[in-house]
Write a protein that binds this ligand. Structure first.
Ligand SMILES: Cc1cc2nc3c(=O)[nH]c(=O)nc-3n(C[C@H](O)[C@H](O)[C@H](O)COP(=O)(O)OP(=O)(O)OC[C@H]3O[C@@H](n4cnc5c(N)ncnc54)[C@H](O)[C@@H]3O)c2cc1C
Length: 363
């Protein structure tokens, strides 16, 4: 007979591992499935925002060296409309390769007693509680399901990509002799490129760009004179990565009675550097709601509704404000004025704070 899990979590990125660890610590019997094996690289700016760090410490444990040994990022520099604005990042963010971060989170899930299975892609989910989860290898049953399978997995339907050129995510690590201690964002028409140190003499370069503007990082560099001159010193380390399409759609924290966390629920603009934090926080919130059902405090439907309400209050406003900021930044004639405006003391910091998740409501 097939084992019945309390909760099946689909996807072992930050959202899925945060959900799994939280649910297991609350006493649930958890199955975690990922189609990849860990460690694995990932298209990401690898900027881990201050809002993520407290939760990461709780999930990984204070003894974990990943956070303490990672590079602190105290400053952001924005190159917009030919001007430079600088903002302080207080408390500091961290630069952590996803190769290491996701692996450590996967290990934390295992150590919490989660049945974590890699190289197992979910093909189909049936039912309305209990659920049957069909993977490339087997079939499982679970009382509740959390979909944390990322932006474009199709596990619970796929958002429609708008007509016209696609948006791409591009990433590579480069060896350099001139690494700054800041996260630097270079905006250009229909795209931006982020550069930050990620190791000794190594920078992570990550861009979001429209496919009719550039299809690889070399083409991206050609869109900004400063970036082009910097990149002459860079030597590629490992393989460059691409992901597509990047689609912004209104968040959907539930699909039927399946709870959705991280990018599966909503994809926030990457230049804000808050996707990992949102993934962790929504993963924890989804797990806590699912555990109310598993613990017998309420049925699955009200538990899902409770999560959707919390999501709407705490997380959806960040998506709305981020979308407004994206639209504003994309108006070319406004860019020099905006860049000047961002030099107002603390204004850029204040704007960034508006795109962060809200606090936990008091119980
Ligand atoms: C260009 C770009 C730059 C970014 N830069 C930053 C940044 O600097 N800082 C930041 O905080 N955020 C950044 N983000 C956002 C961040 O990468 C995401 O928000 C974050 O990875 C979301 O985590 P997640 O767990 O929801 O999804 P993911 O990290 O995508 O994890 C989903 C997991 O699900 C698995 N999966 C998918 N389908 C299946 C299936 N059918 N069965 C089983 N498993 C499956 C995948 O293998 C994957 O491991 C960036 C995003 C992009 C595109």
């Amino acid at each position: 007979m097939r084992v019945l899990y309390d909760i099946a979590v689909i996807g072992g990125g930050p959202a899925g591992t945060a959900a799994s660890v939280t649910a297991a610590r609350l006493g649930a019997k958890v199955l975690l499935l990922d189609r990849d094996t860990f460690p694995r690289p990932k298209v990401c700016g690898e900027f881990v925002s201050p809002e993520a760090l407290g939760l990461l410490t709780e999930l990984l444990g204070t003894a974990n060296a990943l956070l303490s040994q990672s590079i602190a990022i105290n400053r952001g520099r924005v190159f917009l409309g030919g001007r430079l604005s600088t903002l302080e990042i207080r408390p500091a963010a961290r630069s952590i390769p996803r190769y290491d971060l996701d692996y450590e989170l996967w290990q934390a899930a295992r150590q919490s007693g989660v049945d974590a299975r890699s190289a197992e892609a979910v093909k189909n989910v049936e039912g309305d509680g209990p659920f049957t989860i069909q993977t490339s290898q087997a079939s499982y049953r679970a009382e509740a399901v959390i979909n944390a399978s990322g932006r474009w997995s199709g596990v619970c339907g796929t958002p429609r990509a708008p007509e016209g050129p696609k948006w791409l995510g591009l990433k590579a690590h480069y060896r350099t002799t001139t690494s700054a201690d800041s996260v630097d964002l270079y905006f250009f028409r229909h795209g931006y490129c982020g550069v930050q140190p990620v190791g000794k003499s190594v920078v992570n370069v990550c861009a979001m760009v429209r496919s009719d503007v550039a299809r690889n990082l070399d083409e991206v560099f050609g869109h900004n004179a400063l970036l082009e001159s910097l990149s002459r010193d860079w030597q590629l380390v490992g393989e460059p990565l691409t992901t597509a399409p990047l689609v912004h759609a209104p968040p959907s924290p539930t699909s039927g009675q399946i709870l959705q966390a991280g990018d599966a629920a909503g994809f926030i603009d990457p230049f804000l550097g808050d996707g990992i934090s949102l993934a962790l926080h929504t993963g924890v919130a989804a797990a806590k709601a699912a555990c109310l059902f598993v613990g017998g405090e309420m049925d699955l439907r009200p538990a899902a509704t409770r999560y959707a309400t919390e999501y709407e209050l705490r997380f959806t406003p960040a998506f709305r404000k981020a979308a407004r900021l994206r639209r504003l930044l994309s108006v070319r004639p406004l860019q020099p004025a905006l860049a000047g405006f961002l030099k107002t003391p603390y204004l850029a910091e204040w704007i960034l704070r508006q795109t962060r998740p809200g606090p936990l409501a008091a119980d």
